[in-house]
Each structure stands twice: as C-alpha cells, then as structure tokens.
Design a protein around this ligand. Structure first.
Ligand SMILES: Cc1cc2nc3c(=O)[nH]c(=O)nc-3n(C[C@H](O)[C@H](O)[C@H](O)COP(=O)(O)OP(=O)(O)OC[C@H]3O[C@@H](n4cnc5c(N)ncnc54)[C@H](O)[C@@H]3O)c2cc1C
Length: 418
C-alpha cells in the first residue's frame, strides 16, 4: 500500500513517520522549496508527546523543548487568577513541551528523511488537483511560484495534510468561502532574554478583548542560562486579510495598548521593546464539516479541523490524527473503510474542540474574572472558586483527550506488532 501525503508540516511528517512504523509506503509532497525553521512557539500536550515518544523521538524532543511545569492565568492588573501544574508536575507520564515550531518541524523532517528516504519527501511541489478511481488516486503537482506543471503521482490513497489553506479540503468543499475570523488579531514573536519567570511556566494575561500569552520554548537556551521567550499579544479588532505566518509588522500597531501592563513579575512593554521581529496573524478557524474522508482521500490536522489556537491544540491534535489514521489503515480490510474509521474516531471530538475554542476553551475563567471584577480583586476566591476554575480546565482537557487518566492509561493509538 502506498500513500501520498500532501503537506510537510507537523501533521504530514508525523503521518509519514507513523505510516513507516506501520509498514506502509509514504511519499510527502510539500509546496515550499525548503522546509525551514519557520514560526514561533507551539505547545505539545502530553497526549501528543506520548505519540512522538512512541515514534522514537522522546529524547530528541527533550533536548530541544522546554518541559512546561505550570500554566498560570492572570487578570489585566497582573493578579493571579489560577495556576495549575502541567506535564510531569501534574502526574502525567509524559511532559508537556513548549517548543519552537520550526525546531520541532526540523526534528520531524530529519527523522522522516532518515526513515523513509530523502527522495520520498519532495519539496517545491504544490498540489493543484487530483482525481480518484476504483484502483487509486492520481495527484497533479505544480510549481507554486510559476504555476508550471511538474509531476503526477499515483498511489492507493491521498492524505491532505496541507494546513489551514488546504487545497484538498477546497476540492471537497469548493463553496466554503474565506476562513472565519474570530475578531482577534495576534502579534507573535520570539526573543532571547536573561530570564522569564521561572523559565517553565506558560502565562496567560487579560481577557477576551486583550490578552497576552508567554512562555519559554528552548531547552538549549535554558542550558546556556538564557531564555527564548515566545510571546503573543492579542487585541479584538476588525480585519479582512488572509492569515499568513510571515506578515511582519511594527510594534507601533499594537504596543500602546499594552503600555500599562507593567507587573511586578513581568514587564510587558519591555518584553515587546526587546523583540526584533514581530509577525501579525488574524485568529481564524472554519466551521466543522461533517466528512473528512471521501473514498481514498482524507484530511488531517489543520486541513481537517482548522481551530483557534486557544488551548494550544492544533499541533498536538495533528500528531494524534496521524497515529489514529495509521492504526486504521493497519486494522481495516479496505482503504475506504480505514479512512471512514479514522473519521468516525476523530471528527466529532475535533468539531467539539473547534467550537469550544470559540468559547475561550480553558481560558474562559479569565473572562469570568474580568466580567465579575474588572477593577481587580482582594481575594480571587470571591470572584471565581477553585472548584469552578478546576472544572473549566479539567473539562477542556477531557474533551481534547489530554486529561492525565486517559493519557497515562489508554492503549497506544498505533499498535505495532513486533
Ligand atoms: C510557516 C508556518 C508557521 C507556523 N507557525 C506557527 C506558530 O508559530 N505557532 C503555532 O501555534 N502554529 C504555527 N503554525 C501552524 C501549526 O504548525 C499548525 O496549526 C499545526 O501544527 C497543525 O499542522 P498541520 O501539519 O496540519 O499544518 P501546517 O503546519 O500548516 O502544515 C501544512 C503544510 O502543507 C503545505 N501545503 C499547503 N498547501 C499545499 C499544497 N497545495 N501542496 C503541498 N503542500 C501544501 C504548507 O506549506 C505546510 O508546510 C505554522 C504553520 C506554518 C505553515
């Protein structure tokens, strides 16, 4: 059996590695000419870290990612609303990692090149169209920069792991229209500093209309006594642009809104001032669809379930998709049946998270604190009880499949027989 994987992102490369473990041939086609260390921070939840560990990447991940120990949210006055342990500190057998998206991608790329062969990861090939028949799928690739036809590949199945602007999804949903903008604009950046909190805490500050997220994301920097900080500032404002990860802007666009965010534990204006490059990204998702799998073709990762980044789920869920799909291809007698089985297992929970993220996901408590005490509080328990807070974050973890019970005790998604 041979699979074409469209897209060499976190989802596509995890798929290639998982198919290789399952003994299924895979060839990845990636639109850009060179897969580089693009992007900024991303969080891998323990459910995805377990899968990456089972791909044999546990040690390599630990060398580059920061094992997050705490997740803490604050109001806009810098007062602590809630703090909870994460990863190993919360009793998981696998850590949560805060990691540079580009470093993670290069780790996956190196492993995929070693295992499936560099010739099976074809860059500079943009999927233009495809068709399927009873025997297989034919995919037609072009050079994205010139529009010139390059190559047609034939395989038994095609997996669309081609991200938020997926061509595979557009084939099945031609009338879907533009992405759904949440109304929140993000400015994302990374900067190396001497220190940032305890170096292992993810912080969230503010409320629905104005927010900051920050965390340290490089173990290598920590080893040198420095901290590579990923930060995201967010403000509610209108926008009509296309979300692209490489749109550079000046801090003048947003920094004045954060001018008073100087807290004893974090000076936000100083953080912004120290940062050399800032990228703008409108927060977008799409309404869930009721089908990902169509015969011998299916969708995975952001192509299947583009979701708002609230709750740090997109990268982790793309990894889990890959494992469930590889297992379905091993277990089911037909390709069509396998793609359906994968869809049945994954579509409903991903649709639920997509919608939950629109309602602020685990960050709902920050909005509750803002609504009940916009001027701050003396005692947080008078604003939101510990039980209410714990219920919000635990429910979210359960629905996203990363509560500690299910991560620690469930069987492996991909059951390899030795
Ligand atoms: C350049 C870039 C930077 C990012 N930076 C961040 C970040 O800093 N923080 C964060 O949380 N998330 C970031 N993301 C998104 C994050 O990687 C995804 O949300 C998540 O990992 C799910 O991964 P995915 O593989 O489904 O999609 P993606 O990671 O988006 O990967 C999709 C891949 O498909 C390729 N592709 C697209 N169309 C075609 C086509 N027609 N033919 C062939 N290949 C195609 C793309 O070039 C891309 O490499 C970034 C994505 C990209 C592409």
């Amino acid at each position: 059996m041979k699979a074409i994987i469209v897209g060499g992102g976190i989802g596509g490369l995890s798929m290639a590695l998982s198919l290789h473990q399952a003994g299924i041939e895979a060839k990845v086609f990636e639109s850009v000419r060179e897969l580089g260390a693009l992007g900024s921070g991303i969080n891998l939840q323990p459910n995805a870290v377990r899968e990456l560990d089972e791909m044999g990447l546990g040690k390599a991940l630990a060398a580059i990612g920061v094992a997050t120990q705490k997740w803490s949210c604050y109001n806009k006055h810098g007062q602590l609303i809630w703090s909870e342990p994460r990863g190993l500190a919360a009793g998981y057998q696998w850590p949560q990692y805060s990691i540079h998206r580009g470093h993670l991608l290069l780790l996956l790329l190196r492993a995929a090149r070693e295992r499936i062969g560099a010739k099976n990861i074809v860059t500079g090939h943009h999927l233009a169209s495809f068709e399927q028949d009873a025997q297989g799928v034919s995919a037609h690739f072009i050079d994205r920069t010139t529009g010139k036809p390059l190559h047609t590949e034939r395989a038994d199945l095609l997996i669309g792991a081609d991200g938020i602007h997926s061509a595979v999804r557009a084939h099945f949903y031609p009338g879907e229209g533009p992405l759904h903008y949440s109304g929140e604009m993000q400015w994302r950046a990374s900067v190396e500093m001497d220190s940032f909190l305890d170096g292992r805490t993810q912080v969230l500050v503010g409320h629905r209309n104005q927010r900051l997220v920050g965390y340290s994301m490089s173990q290598e920097a920590l080893n040198r006594g420095r901290v590579l900080v990923n930060w995201i500032c967010e403000i509610r404002m209108p926008d009509t642009s296309r979300p692209d990860w490489d749109r550079k802007v000046s801090k003048d666009v947003f920094a004045s809104a954060f001018a008073n965010w100087r807290f004893p534990w974090l000076d936000v204006p100083a953080l912004i001032d120290a940062t050399p490059e800032i990228f703008e990204f409108p927060k977008c998702d799409r309404n869930p669809v009721d089908r990902w799998s169509h015969g011998r073709v299916t969708l995975l990762g952001d192509a299947a379930h583009p979701m708002l980044p609230t709750g740090s789920q997109a990268g982790s869920q793309a990894v889990v998709d890959a494992r469930v799909l590889a297992q379905a291809l091993l277990a089911e007698p037909t390709i069509e049946g396998a793609l359906k089985s994968y869809e049945i297992q994954r579509l409903k929970p991903m649709a639920a998270i997509t919608l939950k993220n629109r309602e602020l996901g685990p960050e709902l408590a920050m909005q509750i604190a803002e609504d009940r005490a916009p001027d701050g509080f003396h005692n947080v328990e008078e604003v939101i009880s510990r039980e209410e807070m714990a219920a919000i974050t635990e429910n979210y973890k359960r629905s996203a499949g990363f509560d500690s019970d299910s991560v620690n005790t469930r069987p492996s998604y991909l059951q390899i027989k030795n």
